[in-house]
Ligand binder design. Structure first.
Ligand SMILES: Nc1ncnc2c1ncn2[C@@H]1O[C@H](COP(=O)(O)OP(=O)(O)OP(=O)(O)O)[C@@H](O)[C@H]1O
Length: 317
């Protein structure tokens, strides 16, 4: 039995829209003060699950318990515990950033003075200070996402739900936001993130549930997921040119599963250190010039491929 405290317990959760099943019999436990990620391509059911945890949708069947409170029977109690940053931030066209956030701070219970102070602090933390007097409609997509995250940062909910929190945000800012998300957890929040970005999942999440076509395919820590792939080491070879494709594919597939893209060949094996030289020799004897050869861990995309037969990157486009 686990000694970890449960933050969210999802039991036989199914959500249908008409005859379409968006989430199919999901069972999952998310622990107090962990950063949990739902990783899956567009349309896999992540947002539907998050919105149901946040009591925006009702389950078609099954139930979800947030710190013991049922989303179907105690939605008012659940709402007191949850803060959500939506996938598509929306605001009235008249809203200026600072006014919008101060209003939000008042709604989540801060006094007028507290609201002013906290909003100022959060605007500075998220480097939004220069945008404070802009109207929401004037902001770029990435800045809107930051304003959406600011709401949760102001609220500091027991359970923070972040739907693709860094989509449309530039890479240096992504890193800053990931640090802020970790800080929120360190300061007491449980975090659930939905993402189709495997780098984001790897950078911030402690455990990941891979979700595909409405089904939870597997759940584990990042290293646990990678260990689930048999023959999970990767020999990655960059060659000159991309000729001899068929010949190389058939030669190397005797050693392990082969991915061949552009001039990069990836061979999945067990004990890569022992096989790397063998692969190099094989290529050389076939007259192929090897530019580099590296032994790598599988990526989360490899894990996704192993469990679903599809590429996360391609499925998300
Ligand atoms: N309100 C709705 N009515 C009908 N179908 C819906 C509704 N909301 C979601 N769906 C469908 O349910 C499926 C899952 O959608 P969902 O938004 O949960 O996926 P997602 O994994 O969050 O993907 P994305 O990253 O694109 O938001 C999709 O096929 C979507 O079209």
């Amino acid at each position: 039995m686990s000694s970890k405290t449960s933050a969210v317990r999802i039991v036989n959760f199914t959500k249908r829209f008409g005859s379409f099943t968006a989430v199919d019999n999901l069972n999952l436990e998310i622990y107090d003060r962990e950063i949990f990620g739902f990783l899956g391509p567009n349309g896999s059911g992540k947002t539907t699950t998050l919105l149901t945890i946040a009591t925006v949708y009702k389950p078609t069947s099954g139930d979800i318990y947030v710190y013991g409170h049922s989303v179907t029977k105690e939605d008012y109690e659940v709402r007191k515990l949850v803060g959500i940053a939506f996938q598509d931030p929306k605001a009235l066209w008249i809203d200026k950033v600072q006014d919008l956030l101060e209003w939000h701070a008042r709604v989540v219970g801060l006094s007028r003075v507290e609201a002013k102070n906290v909003v100022k602090e959060v605007l500075e933390t998220l480097e939004l200070w220069d945008h404070r007097n802009k109207y929401f409609y004037q902001l770029s997509g990435g800045t809107r996402k930051k304003v959406e995250l600011a709401k949760v940062l102001i609220q500091r909910p027991r359970l923070a739900i972040l739907d693709e929190p860094t989509a449309q945000v530039d890479v240096p800012t992504k890193h800053k936001l990931w640090d802020i998300i970790k800080m929120m957890r360190d300061e007491g929040s449980t975090i659930i993130i939905a993402t189709n970005d495997m780098f984001e999942a790897e950078k911030v999440c402690e455990r990941i549930g891979i979700i595909y076509k409405g089904r939870l395919v597997t759940v584990d820590t990042i290293s646990g997921l990678k260990d689930k792939i048999p023959k999970g080491d990767v020999i990655e070879v960059t060659i000159e040119g991309d000729g001899l494709r068929d010949r190389l594919l058939s030669m190397l597939s005797e050693i392990g599963r082969v991915d061949y893209s552009g001039n990069v060949i990836r061979v999945f094996v067990e004990r890569a250190e022992e096989k790397a030289l063998f692969v190099a020799d094989m290529l050389r004897s076939a007259g192929v010039k090897v530019k580099s050869l590296m032994i790598k861990e599988p990526t989360l995309d490899d894990v996704f491929m192993y469990f679903t037969g599809a590429r996360l990157i391609e499925s998300s486009q």
